[in-house]
Design a protein around this ligand. Structure first.
Ligand code: HEM
Length: 292
């Protein structure tokens, strides 16, 4: 690439002592700064890591926690798009978005590998820095759980002190979840979904119903007629299984690091997480399998 004086940028850099090939990337810094850093915000992002100790494993814990928070955010963005596509009966679009959401969920589970490399003694070197802090207080995780259908108004109230976070959580709590949107779609397509699944107080926890199992049963048994809904059912099942993997891998990581110790958030730790891991997103899709 030539500049107005006719000299190639590579030649310019070479003059400054760095041996480069003509097709090397341009090293650009304008008055507004470096365009990559400006676009990605990496200067801000990479200035947000503050280990509180010299413990060798603390950076891994802090950074992987931040990585997961970012992935919760991306999962929430993709789940929101899927929910809206289902609400507008765009099943093809929803299936496409679910492909990406599935990859995000798998990456979330893979993220545990780094934390699985910590020993209990390494973790103990900085654990007390958390105080009463715990992943249970992650609002992005709560957003994701609410949007996928695991609603609990009390958990939104726990964030009342932060107006913006609380407002966003209440919005997600009071809107249809991704699963509600799927059931509303089935209903519009004439499947026997009960009226109570189509209009209700969305902030109430979802309760599984035999009639919804029956509706999914029709989709599976008549998959030639309901091909797109059959694909949707299986894509949702993959997502539910991936999210279940994240929960189980969290539980195993916690057992490795803490044994039977209580959590910093005041629960019984692994025992409590075992109960959480028993929850299933999109429950009737799990139930219908028994009938097929
Ligand atoms: C590797 C060290 C970790 C340990 C020992 C650990 C331990 C625990 C424990 C014991 C709980 C139950 C609540 C409590 O009493 O604190 C919990 C909940 C939770 N943790 Fe972790 N955790 C770890 C890493 C992470 C990371 C990296 C994340 C990602 C941000 C995370 C996200 C969560 C979430 C979202 C919950 C609440 C789950 C729910 O409400 O269903 N944890 N964790």
């Amino acid at each position: 690439m030539n500049d107005p004086t006719g000299r190639s940028l590579a030649a310019e850099v070479r003059e400054e002592g760095a041996p480069v090939a003509d097709d090397d990337p341009k090293v650009v810094s304008t008055d507004e700064g470096n365009p990559f850093i400006r676009y990605v915000g990496s200067d801000v992002l990479l200035s947000l890591q503050y280990p509180r100790t010299d413990a060798p494993a603390e950076p891994a814990f802090l950074i992987m926690t931040q990585v997961m928070e970012l992935l919760f955010k991306l999962a929430h963005i993709e789940a929101l798009r899927t929910r809206d596509q289902l609400e507008s009966s765009d099943v093809t679009g929803a299936l496409w978005t679910l492909r990406r959401l599935g990859q995000v969920s798998a990456t979330l589970t893979g993220s545990w590998d780094v934390l699985g490399s910590l020993s209990p003694t390494e973790y103990a070197e900085f654990r007390e820095q958390l105080g009463s802090g715990t992943g249970f207080q992650s609002f992005m995780y709560r957003q994701m759980e609410f949007l996928l259908g695991n609603k609990n108004a009390k958990l939104a109230e726990a964030h009342r002190a932060d107006e913006r976070i609380h407002r966003d959580l209440v919005r997600t709590l009071t809107e249809p979840s991704l699963y509600d949107a799927a059931l509303r779609l089935l209903w519009r397509r004439g499947l026997p979904v009960p009226r109570s699944c189509v209009e209700r107080d969305w902030s109430e926890p979802y309760e599984e119903q035999d009639a919804v199992v029956d509706a999914w049963h029709v989709v599976y048994v008549e998959k030639d007629k309901y091909g797109d809904l059959y694909q949707l059912a299986e894509a949702l099942m993959s997502l539910a299984a991936d999210l279940g993997q994240w929960r189980y891998t969290h539980l195993l990581t916690v057992e490795r690091l803490l044994g039977a110790k209580a959590g910093t958030g005041g629960t019984t730790g692994a025992n409590w997480l075992r109960r959480v891991a028993d929850h299933r997103f999109f429950p009737e899709l799990w139930m219908v399998r028994t009938k097929l």
